[in-house]
Design a protein around this ligand. Structure first.
Ligand SMILES: NC(=O)c1ccc[n+]([C@@H]2O[C@H](COP(=O)([O-])OP(=O)(O)OC[C@H]3O[C@@H](n4cnc5c(N)ncnc54)[C@H](O)[C@@H]3O)[C@@H](O)[C@H]2O)c1
Length: 308
């Protein structure tokens, strides 16, 4: 019996964004089909510590993740992913920071592939922190980028990210910006990845056709998107129970009467039974669910655990 430990560099080298997207897409389909036992996550100290778990019935495998979050720290997210299966005695422990950025990017990749126009190639990313690079990599995997604009309120963060990504994005025109409203004005895809507590831009700042991904808000007190955008878009979410527990912008829009629960479609359902779009704007709102971590941990277990 052994416990195999996998660090951030090994995770990045072992799993490509394409593999992560495919694994997370399959996970969302299984989630919608009721294949997972997945309790709502435990949030301690108002979300400073999170505990998440998922059990996949068909493979009799389970994942438990613990996280600590501190947005005054770099990286903001740290912790551990543990993978176990009833069929084997070996288990795997993986760095939760790397798994989280990869699986959060992967979910955005799945949603963008489903929802963004086929020729969309102009991305505006708001928030150049720990999640940002994998947001860009995921979108670039499903919609090869022509232009990338990075916006961040923190000093030099956008520039540092632009420099980091440049070698991976040859041929892509990359610029940084400070005016968020202007930066989303001609975007074809927008990714929001901030811990903001009020909307990052007004609805009218967006073009008529755009796909928006919002990963940042994971507590009822946090919001990145305005009610009006949610009211006038096709809104796809990761999982209803988690969203109703944690998504500040969805809870705000529901309370304001801008949307009803019937306006929300889970990604796994949308993948298997595409919905008639409401207008030309689409939104993917994710708070992040344990199935996504399970999907990446399963890839790691296949690669790192001894075969039985
Ligand atoms: N949905 C999910 O599955 C998921 C997964 C991981 C992280 N998150 C959330 O995503 C958010 C970002 O995470 P991170 O690890 O990148 O955090 P981070 O602290 O590393 O980066 C956040 C960045 O956003 C910038 N920022 C803050 N407010 C801004 C604003 N109004 N406009 C532009 N930029 C702004 C900050 O300067 C910083 O660079 C957090 O709220 C985190 O909890 C969600």
């Amino acid at each position: 019996m052994q416990t195999v430990t996998v660090g951030p560099r090994e995770i990045r080298e072992a799993v490509t964004m394409r593999e992560a997207i495919d694994a997370v897409r399959a996970g969302f389909i299984d989630l919608a089909a009721g294949e997972f036992e997945m309790p709502t996550r435990t949030a301690l100290r108002d979300g400073r510590f999170l505990v998440m778990s998922a059990h996949h019935r068909a493979s009799a495998s389970a994942m438990i993740k613990t996280l600590s979050l501190n947005f005054d720290r770099v990286p903001a997210i740290a912790g551990t992913v543990v993978w176990t299966e009833t069929g084997r005695v070996d288990s795997l422990v993986a760095d939760a920071g790397a798994v989280t950025t990869l699986r959060t990017g992967a979910a955005v990749g799945v949603a963008t592939d489903l929802l963004a126009p086929a020729n969309a190639g102009r991305l505006t990313l708001i928030g150049a922190g720990g999640q940002a690079a994998d947001q860009v990599r995921a979108v670039h995997t499903v919609r090869p980028l022509r232009e990338l604009t990075v916006v961040d309120t923190g000093s030099h963060r956008a520039e540092v990210l632009a420099e980091q990504l440049a070698p991976e994005l040859s041929g892509v025109q990359i610029r940084t910006a400070t005016d968020t409203e202007a930066a989303v004005g001609d975007a074809e895809i927008v990714c929001c990845a901030t811990p903001a507590t009020s909307p990052l831009f007004p609805e009218q700042a967006l073009p008529a056709q755009v796909h928006v991904n919002a990963i940042g808000a994971f507590r009822p007190t946090m919001r990145e998107l305005p009610d009006e955008l949610l009211a006038n878009s096709t809104v796809i979410i990761d999982e209803l129970e988690a969203i109703l527990e944690e998504s500040g912008e969805i809870l705000h829009a529901l309370k304001a009467g801008a949307i009803t629960q019937d306006d929300l479609t889970e990604l796994g359902t949308a993948l298997t039974a595409p919905q008639a779009p409401r207008g030309e704007r689409t939104v993917f709102k994710t708070v992040g669910v344990a199935m996504q971590d399970w999907a990446i941990a399963r890839l790691l277990a296949d690669k790192f655990l001894p075969r039985t």
